[in-house]
Design a protein around this ligand. Structure first.
Ligand code: S3P
Length: 451
């Protein structure tokens, strides 16, 4: 984010139509993991379709500090010359992960089993987010941690000479916590076991196996998953192709559903089953979505999605679906504002600890735009008014890219324009958002700081 210029308010306006074919940027979760595993591998990993957003670029910078040589070709291919498991260098600078929870938590895991110190920090949003959930298992593995009260950034981790393999049950549905332990296990002699009572996105598991790691996953009868990693194995460089991010695709997709006369095709969207909760939910709400060209590439499922203007209806979203759509609730709340009746969303406790307290930020954004909602500690109910969402409000984004994009989408179909107080943070995950949406027919205006 360009912090030098001050906030950049953005306003979106009612559109008469949206149409076209787009490809949103590469998946953020996979992009972080490809850079980290490329660093831990021997040889040169090539990454096609890396997300070139600020979060991921911060991870690339961090990997350089651990000894990887990372370069981008003119054609957009990224090359990572890895250092190998057990051979990371001690970073000489503080590692600043910016806005990226995934970046910092995964890198802390990677570094926690090396006998040197790494110091981590981040922006104002990341410095408020809980790190104890990652530090607890890493301390069990022998890492020493020096952190602010509550385990907040900035903090320093120093790994042990002989890290210990552990059996760890992840207490909350978090792919970041799971992945931190799996990455720490790669350089820990012996068998590390991670038990996931509620399955979350499995890109780490797939990619560690793809790089030749010794990892097995067992699906248990009760729905939980047991993941084991044999540490100390050599990882080999790979070619990694990153499909389009379903969490970014969600914005043009919902825009097409709520805008009039809309038909938008979104190409190459990753449809890993741990990420498709929003699609299932929108289909239950009556969305006109067509999924074509389904295929598997580089170990991940993907497809093209066509979304057309739809009259949505409110539903209850099953709480157990939350992990597979956790980043999509802000834009789902926007879709629900245009649906007939109430949309009830239970099981949202993890939304409280995202880039912002997303439940509170969504409720405030809905209220300021005249949409009625009710909420509790871990649930939200939105009452839709098809064709009559007032808009007209200014939404506080709290350094949260998804709050900014979700409410800009609302403004495309509300009666009055919707303003977000600062659009700069969109660059963390979707730098091309404005241009891509404008290409479909959306109209955004930049306001002066005093608007
Ligand atoms: C992510 C996991 C999720 C998600 C985040 C990306 C990942 O976070 O919200 O955007 O890449 O592992 P949690 O692990 O906190 O649920």
């Amino acid at each position: 984010m360009d912090a030098s210029s001050g906030p950049q308010p953005l306003r979106s306006h009612h559109t008469k139509t949206l149409s076209g074919t787009v490809r949103v940027p590469g998946d953020k979760s996979m992009s972080h993991r490809a850079l980290i595993l490329g660093t831990l591998a021997r040889g040169t990993t090539r990454i096609f379709g890396l997300l070139e957003g600020e979060d991921v670029l911060a991870t690339a910078d961090a990997m350089r500090q651990y000894g990887a040589k990372i370069a981008r070709d003119e054609d957009g291919t990224w090359h990572v010359d890895g250092v190998g498991v057990g051979a990371l260098l001690e970073p000489s600078e503080v590692i600043d992960c910016g806005n990226a929870g995934t970046g910092v938590r995964l890198i802390m895991g990677m570094a926690a089993t090396y006998p040197f110190a790494s110091t981590f920090t981040g922006d104002g949003s990341l410095r408020k987010r809980p790190m104890k959930r990652v530090l607890d298992p890493l301390e069990e593995m022998g890492a020493q941690v020096l952190a602010r009260d509550g385990g907040l950034l900035p903090l320093t981790i120093r790994g042990n000479d002989t890290p210990l393999p552990v059996t760890y049950t992840v207490p909350m549905p978090s792919a970041q916590v799971k992945s931190a332990v799996l990455l720490a296990a790669l350089s820990t002699q012996g068998t590390t076991t991670v038990i996931e009572p509620i399955p979350t996105r499995d890109h780490s598991e797939r990619m560690i196996k793809g790089f030749g790691g010794d990892l097995t996953v067992v699906e248990n009868e009760d729905g939980s998953r047991t993941i084991t990693v044999e540490g100390g194995k050599v990882l080999q460089a790979q070619d990694v192709t990153i499909p389009a991010d379903p969490s970014s695709a969600a914005f043009p997709l919902v825009a097409a559903l709520i805008a009039p006369n809309a038909e938008v095709v979104i190409k190459d969207v990753m449809l890993n089953p741990t990420r498709t909760g929003l699609i299932a939910t929108l289909q239950e709400m009556g969305a006109d979505l067509t999924i074509t060209n389904r295929r598997t590439e580089g170990g991940e499922e993907l497809a093209d999605i066509t979304a057309r203007s739809s009259q949505l209806k409110g539903i209850t979203v099953p709480a157990e679906r939350a992990p597979s759509m956790i980043d999509e609730y802000p834009v789902l709340a926007v879709a629900a504002s245009f649906a007939e009746g109430e949309t009830h969303m239970p099981g949202l406790h993890e939304l409280r600890v995202k880039e912002s307290d997303r439940l509170a930020a969504v409720v405030d954004g809905l209220t300021t735009n005249g949409v009625h909602s009710e909420n509790g500690e871990d649930w939200l109910t939105v009452t839709g008014t098809p064709g009559a969402v007032p808009g007209g409000g200014t939404v506080i984004t709290h350094l949260d890219h998804r709050i900014a994009m979700a409410f800009l989408v609302m403004g495309l179909a509300s009666q009055q324009p919707v303003t977000v107080d600062d659009g700069r943070v969109i660059a963390t995950s979707f730098p091309a958002f404005g241009g891509l949406m404008s290409g479909l027919g959306a109209s955004f205006t930049r306001l002066s700081n005093h608007a």
